[in-house]
Design a protein around this ligand. Sequence first.
Ligand code: NDP
Ligand code: HSE
Length: 428
Amino acid sequence: MIQVGLLGCGTVGSGVVELLRDNEGTIAKRTGKQVKLKKVLDKDTEKCLALGLDKNMIAKDFNELVNDEEIDIIVELIGGIEPAFGFIIEAMEKGKHIVTANKDLIAVKGQEIFAVAEKNQVDFYFEASVAGGIPIIYPLKQSLAANDIIEVIGILNGTTNYILTKMTKEGLDFADVLKEAQELGYAEADPTADVEGLDAARKIAILSSIAFNSRVTLDDVYVEGITAITAADIKYAQELGYVIKLLAIAKQENHVIQTKVHPAFIPTNHPLAVVDDVFNAVFVKGDAVDEVMHYGRGAGKMPTASAVVGDIIDIGRNIIIGANGRIGCTCYEEKKVLNINEMSAQFYLRMMVKDRPGVLASIAGVFGNNNVSLATVLQKEATDDMAELILITHEVNEQDLKDSLAILKDMSIVGGIDNVIRLEGINR
Ligand code: NDP
Ligand code: HSE
């Protein structure tokens, strides 16, 4: 029998309890032995009891789980850095295998955790930490392992994808949709990590490390959220044949890595353009496989529990044949990660300018002097003596664009630079 200790009877933890119980027979057959939940721990024991668990399964503290020699696997679903980090390290040092969904922890402490796992020859699995129920970590480590990965582009945050979808379909502004999403329970009371792009940044740090075999942490990821996106930007994107999505992007060229999270115009014929509402997707390009896309629910009780229990089953199989530690840390190289100012992109710019002769030439001159080449220029809705300009650049260096905008914003003919959004997925 494979025995499991569970930390956390919250959203995902309760899903794990239910799935282990509801699919007990299938799970036992696929693992090769019965998988039994032995003990659970939560600050609030009532949460665990409400799941129909026996009173003697409820632990008083972590020691009860970690010192129980019959427990093979500890499933950490309490979230956050501490005490989760300390619990995981102690458990691995006592020979326990770990399953977690904790992206916050892996994105900053991955290296230390993998070192302890390797030293103790235990499994550390974390499929649910990126894109909930969507299989992406195991596929990158196993099914796609023969490829040099060129890029990984994900819609990795359900809350922001729901907000942008609603803004696109109903022509609403960000603040109105966020309020509605919070009332419906789709967005958290404090939505900062989601709408500012941090949640997606943690996830792309994890995927980059695996895809490119080199440690990428949260600090390496350039992050911009969706709070500045307006209904006007979405309308112009549609007019020009694009949709706006919050993308988490990781690319590798000549052994140099780029990682960034930002809203982006993507062409309506890109596979990620049709990923709507709370759904997530991860688009991977490998040198042998070419394009692959993984799509599904990136969060929620049962989709996330599906990934957690899948990990438990695979560790169980490893235990049975004595093969734990088979797929350890994949970060065996040290590659440079570019700073945002060293990267390049195509940009959409929306700005108010004086509506009079010579203005366009002056603006084009500033861009030209800073190596920024323009691909499209549209003049929209003049109000009094002002006009709205929509510009799309060719691919330009980020620093060159910043230099141009710093000059333009102080020019008397410029009323304001209202938004700057990158384009992505154009040349596939
Ligand atoms: P919840 O807040 O619903 O559940 C966590 C539970 O753990 C709560 O009951 C909490 O109690 C308890 N807890 C927290 N700290 C301790 C502690 N020190 N000792 C004992 N119990 C503790 O979180 P989720 O289930 O939503 O998330 C769990 C993990 O899964 C997180 O790492 C999250 O990022 C990840 N995840 C979640 C997804 C989702 O859809 N919810 C999707 C993908 C990943 P209390 O509430 O009293 O603090
Ligand atoms: N808050 C996340 C999202 C789910 O909106 O996708 C947990 O990773």
